[in-house]
Design a protein around this ligand. Structure first.
Ligand SMILES: Nc1ncnc2c1ncn2[C@@H]1O[C@H](COP(=O)(O)OP(=O)(O)OP(=O)(O)O)[C@@H](O)[C@H]1O
Ligand SMILES: [Mg+2]
Length: 319
C-alpha cells in the first residue's frame, strides 16, 4: 500500500473494532423445496460460506488495509472454527473471539432457486454476544468503532448506545449499518446521538426516517448524523454531509450473488474515509468493492484489496 494510503496519525494498535455475530451460510441450489414424509430429494449444488454482516464488513475493511479487531463468541465446533479461520484468512485479528464449549455456532440454511430463496436460521452463539465480551480497555484499542446489525444481537443491543457514547468520549469515531430489522419495529433510540457515519440501504433509510421519499429521508437523517451514505444497489450510492451531496454510479458487473455487498461496501468506504479521502473517492471505492463481491457467491469472496479496487476503478473510468 502506498504511503499516502496509510491511515493517518494513530498510535492505537487497531484502526477499527467491531463487535458482532459469527455464523455460516449453507447454500443449497436447484429444486430445493423440501418434501416431508421422510422423502429424500437430491439438489444440484451445496456451498458453505462465511456469513455474518459484521464479519463481512470486518473482512472487507481488513483487505482494504485497515487493522481490524473482531469481538464475538462462537461454539467450540467445526462451524465456529471455520469462521475463525475465515476471519484470520482475511487478516482480521480474531484472537479475542471467545470460544464457548457450551454453545453451538449459528447457521443459516439458504434454499436457493433460480428466481427466489428461503432462509432457515439457527441463531446459536449469536444470541450470546454481549458487552461483557469487550476487553476492559476496548475504547483505547482502536480509533474507530463500527456497529453492524444491532437487530440480530439481542444481548448486546441494549448496551450499544452506551458503548457508542463511551467510544466517542474516548476519542473514537463511530459508524452504524443497521441492516434490516426482522421485526420491522426499527427501534433505535440512542443510536444516532454519538454517530459520525450512518450507512443504511435505501429501504432501511426510509423505514428508519419514517419518510417514504428517498430525498426526504436523506434530508431528515442528515440533520441527525454528520455523514449519511445510502446504498442503492445497481444505482450505486449517495453521500450527504451538511450541504455537500455526492452520487457515484455502480459499476457494471455480471452479478452472481449480492449477499454481503452492502457490508463489503461499508468496509471499503470506511477505509477511504479514515484515510481522509474525498466523498467521491470513498463512494467510488465502496462501489468498486460492492460490485466485485457480487461477482462471486459468499460475502467474503471477491472482496478487493485497495490496489485491486483502484485497478477496477481505473478500468471503468471514461476515456
Ligand atoms: N447489481 C449490482 N451491480 C453493481 N453493483 C452493485 C449491485 N448490487 C450492489 N452493488 C454495489 O454494492 C453496494 C451495496 O449494495 P446494496 O445496495 O445491495 O447494499 P445492502 O442492501 O446494504 O446490501 P446487504 O444485502 O449486503 O446488506 C451498492 O451501493 C453498489 O455499489
Ligand atoms: Mg446492508
Amino acid at each position: 500500500m502506498g504511503a499516502n494510503n496509510t491511515p493517518r496519525g494513530s498510535k492505537r494498535p487497531y484502526d477499527v473494532i467491531v463487535i458482532g455475530e459469527l455464523n455460516v451460510d449453507i447454500i443449497l441450489r436447484g429444486d430445493v423445496a423440501p418434501r416431508f414424509g421422510q422423502a429424500e430429494k437430491l439438489v444440484d449444488d451445496l456451498e458453505l460460506c462465511a456469513g455474518s454482516s459484521a464479519a463481512i464488513f470486518a473482512a472487507s475493511a481488513s483487505k482494504m488495509g485497515l487493522r481490524v479487531l473482531y469481538i464475538s463468541v462462537v461454539g467450540d465446533d467445526v462451524l465456529g472454527h471455520y469462521m475463525l479461520a475465515a476471519l484470520r484468512g482475511a487478516g482480521v485479528d480474531a484472537s479475542r473471539v471467545r470460544v464457548d464449549a457450551t454453545l453451538k455456532t449459528g447457521a443459516t440454511v439458504v434454499l436457493a432457486k433460480a428466481d427466489d430463496r428461503a432462509m432457515l436460521t439457527y441463531l446459536g452463539s449469536i444470541s450470546a454476544v454481549s458487552a461483557r465480551d469487550l476487553p476492559a480497555d476496548w475504547a483505547s484499542l482502536a480509533r474507530h468503532f463500527h456497529v453492524a446489525s444491532p437487530f440480530l444481537l439481542s444481548a448486546l443491543r441494549p448496551d450499544l448506545p452506551r458503548l457508542m457514547a463511551e467510544a466517542k468520549s474516548a476519542g473514537m469515531t463511530v459508524s452504524l449499518d443497521t441492516n434490516w430489522d426482522p421485526d420491522e419495529t426499527w427501534s433505535l433510540e440512542g443510536f444516532f446521538e454519538f454517530l459520525d457515519l450512518f450507512m443504511p440501504n435505501d429501504a432501511e433509510l426510509r423505514a428508519i426516517s419514517g419518510c417514504d421519499n428517498l430525498e426526504e429521508a436523506l434530508a431528515t437523517m442528515a440533520t441527525r448524523v454528520p455523514l449519511v451514505v445510502v446504498k442503492l444497489g445497481a444505482e450505486g450510492a449517495l453521500a450527504v454531509r451538511g450541504q455537500e451531496r455526492v452520487h457515484a454510479p455502480a459499476y457494471p458487473v455480471k452479478v452472481i450473488s449480492t449477499t454481503g455487498a452492502g457490508d463489503t461496501f461499508d468496509g471499503a468506504f470506511l477505509a477511504a474515509w479514515l484515510r481522509g479521502k474525498s466523498l467521491q473517492r470513498c463512494l467510488e471505492l465502496g462501489n468498486a468493492a460492492g460490485a466485485l463481491t457480487t461477482t462471486q457467491v459468499g460475502g467474503f469472496n471477491g472482496q478487493p484489496t485497495w490496489e485491486e479496487a483502484e485497478r477496477f476503478i481505473a478500468l471503468h473510468r471514461p476515456t
